[in-house]
Design a protein around this ligand. Structure first.
Ligand code: SF4
Length: 324
């Protein structure tokens, strides 16, 4: 049962608590890069690279990108084990858009990953428009055998913001993809990535995003603040004064507002983005201070007495669900 008493003193339902409830201990995600491109980068249907995406395609460990899959897993696992004595790991097929690769290849990669010592499941990162029948079958098949999670890069539920980001998919497509996977693969754990700090965004947008999340069949959310990386279209906008990154205090306020309206059942991966390549970060500089930001969140929520689900109203969200 999800309640604050299970959150071990945190003011929100962390993904660590979610893993603990399932696996009985701390579980670490190992990001790997097996996909080399995505529909945007390939220019499918006239699409363009997302305005915030740099050449690494969201990879957490670009230095491992050239290695074979198993080597990436073992290397990342050893990096974690050098710091702590971890017993269980999930392989996170993260960079670019994994499911753009042929499903047969992905099947081989997942099967090989699951043979590695201490690997107890997989997480697949993808876009809402990269879901085929074959992929659904694959997810269902593996979810019968082990923990499977899919994380969709939804980014925003505002259609105009998605156009500005050059995502090439709509919010409606995101919602359809989530319901499709949920209905076809009931054992798959579903997550989404959401961004705050978009142009002209308001507090009302954060509350609306939480209410839409509450109406969707999702289990977790990963929050990002939109940051500017080198060699992106957003960097050109930033230099030209067309994009101003959100301040730390505004971002914290907005993310807390989102949490307050979010169903406490939904786990939170992280509260802000962190550039894994600090030399690539242009702005805002505060985004490079991971632990400081986390502590500011905790302090601010403690001072205000705020917590996830504080303003969540189940009946209102059920009505909203019927309207989607
Ligand atoms: S953010 Fe994802 S979908 Fe967009 S260009 Fe980068 S890898 Fe492709």
């Amino acid at each position: 049962m999800i309640s604050q008493s299970n959150w071990r003193g945190l003011p929100y339902h962390s993904i660590g608590q979610h893993y603990k409830a399932i696996f009985g201990e701390k579980v670490y995600k190992i990001p790997v890069s097996v996909a080399v491109t995505c529909p945007n980068r390939e220019g499918f249907r006239g699409m363009q690279t997302c305005n915030f995406c740099d050449t690494w395609g969201s990879s957490a460990y670009p230095d491992l990108q050239g290695l074979e899959l198993i080597s990436q897993i073992e290397e990342s696992r050893e990096r974690v084990l050098r710091r702590i004595n971890a017993g269980k790991f999930l392989v996170y097929f993260q960079a670019y858009t994994t499911t753009f690769a042929k499903v047969a290849k992905l099947r081989e990669q997942i099967a090989a990953s699951l043979k590695v010592d201490k690997i107890v499941g997989i997480v697949v990162g993808t876009r809402p428009d990269c879901i085929s029948d074959a992929l659904i079958d694959l997810l269902r098949e593996f979810s019968e055998k082990c923990y499977v999670s899919v994380e969709f890069g939804v980014q925003s539920f505002d259609e105009n913001q998605l156009i500005w980001m050059r995502r090439g998919h709509t919010a409606k497509k995101s919602m359809q993809a989530l319901f499709r996977v949920s209905e076809s693969c009931p054992k798959v754990n579903l997550g989404i990535h959401l961004m705050f700090g978009l142009p002209h965004e308001t507090d009302a947008d954060a509350i609306k995003a939480a209410k839409i999340c509450n109406s969707l069949p999702i289990d977790n959310v990963k929050l990002h603040n939109l940051h500017v990386l080198k060699n992106t279209s957003l960097a050109a906008d930033f230099t030209a004064g067309k994009f101003v990154p959100i301040s730390l205090s505004d971002y914290v306020d907005r993310a807390i507002l989102f949490l307050q309206h979010l169903n406490p059942r939904i786990a939170i991966h992280r509260l802000a983005a962190l550039s894994s390549r600090r030399e690539e970060l242009i702005a805002p500089k505060w985004t490079s201070k991971k632990m400081e930001i986390y502590q500011i969140f905790l302090n601010t929520m403690a001072e205000r007495g705020s917590y996830q689900g504080q303003s969540y109203k189940p009946l209102v969200d059920e009505v909203h669900h019927a309207q989607i």
